[in-house]
Write a protein that binds this ligand. Structure first.
Ligand SMILES: Nc1ncnc2c1ncn2[C@@H]1O[C@H](COP(=O)(O)OP(=O)(O)OP(=O)(O)O)[C@@H](O)[C@H]1O
Length: 304
């Protein structure tokens, strides 16, 4: 069985900027995979190479065994990509947009599937509305619908929930989860790490064009057991300045503080004591994907 996606030694340079620096990994059929990384890490460039829109300087990418350069049409037929930007023709209605996209793939009698997609993405009421009259969130739903119109076995979503409301997130993820259960391979990039944590079973982390972590979600979480956070309620003043770069969140007198190692707990408590603050309540949290991500990036920043 071919891999759903394979990247082999992908390099891409924009002028002097090395956007992708030897990216190499595979994704198996049926996986729900997250591609994570800070802004500018190279995620969109990698996806664009997968869609055959950007040519790598070297290396090769395949979708379901088809090289995206030498077998562009077959590779393209096997993947549906939801782009980050909203690209559409403002004069078409939603249904016309989807019919047009079906035509691009040579699909004539695609009505039933189009209706199913519209229903699953909560777009039935908007089917005959012109694209330009839709809200941003509705346009994003159409971008998703467009990527699914040819029933691709591999579905890639580049930050599909950036700036969209809770309802669309729920609708979208319910639909995508059902497609994954039916065997579709899903690849997702997102800055909402709690989404990746709930949905994905394997994760790659990209930093400055290199894969710096690649493992199952469970392994990544268990490897970082030592990275915890301290939840603490304080009275008598604000958090000491020396702890500000450790602060994850603050609500009233409740602080969540990142601990990079168990030993850091003693130091944090000492800082609080020296500042003359009183501890009202405290507890430790297990790491979540966000903490694992931050710790992984910091480790590599320190080595860079
Ligand atoms: N066409 C281009 N010309 C020049 N530089 C580019 C081009 N496309 C991307 N880059 C640069 O390549 C790097 C990787 O960009 P890319 O969009 O792939 O990152 P990303 O991980 O998707 O970021 P984000 O999370 O912000 O979407 C960035 O530094 C970006 O500025």
């Amino acid at each position: 069985m071919p891999d759903a996606i394979s990247f082999r030694s992908i390099r891409k340079q924009f002028g002097s900027l090395r956007a992708l620096d030897g990216v190499e990994f595979t994704i198996q059929e049926g996986e729900f995979f997250a591609l994570l990384g800070p802004n500018g890490a190279g995620k969109t460039t990698l996806i664009s190479i997968l869609g055959g829109l950007t040519k790598p300087d070297s290396g090769k990418a395949e979708v379901m065994g088809f090289d995206v350069q030498t077998h562009y049409r077959e590779a393209r037929r096997n993947v549906g990509i939801v782009p980050q930007e909203l690209v559409f023709d403002p004069f078409f209605t939603v249904r016309e947009t989807l019919k047009f996209q079906s035509g691009y793939f040579g699909l004539r009698n695609n009505q039933n599937w189009i209706d199913e997609i519209l229903e699953n993405l909560g777009l039935e009421d908007k089917a005959d509305t012109n694209m330009r009259a839709l809200s941003g969130g509705m346009k994003r739903r159409v971008m998703v619908a467009q990527a699914l119109v040819h029933r691709p076995p591999v579905i890639v979503l580049d930050e599909p929930t950036a700036g969209v409301d809770v309802e669309l997130r729920q609708t979208l993820w319910d639909f995508i989860k059902r497609l994954n259960e039916k065997g579709h391979t899903i690849v997702l990039t997102t800055h909402y790490l709690e989404e990746a944590e709930v949905l994905c079973n394997r994760i790659a982390m990209l930093r400055q064009g290199k894969v710096i972590a690649l493992d199952t979600k469970d392994n990544l979480l268990s490897e970082h057991q030592s990275v915890r956070s301290l939840n603490i309620r304080l009275s008598g003043g604000n958090l000491p300045r020396g702890l500000h770069n450790k602060l994850i969140s603050k609500q009233h007198d409740q602080y969540q503080i990142r601990l990079s190692s168990p030993e850091e707990l003693e130091w944090v408590l000492a800082e609080i004591r020296v500042a003359g603050l009183q501890i009202l309540d405290m507890g430790l949290d297990k790491p979540d994907l966000e903490q694992v991500f931050v710790a992984t990036m910091r480790r590599h920043d320190a080595h860079a």
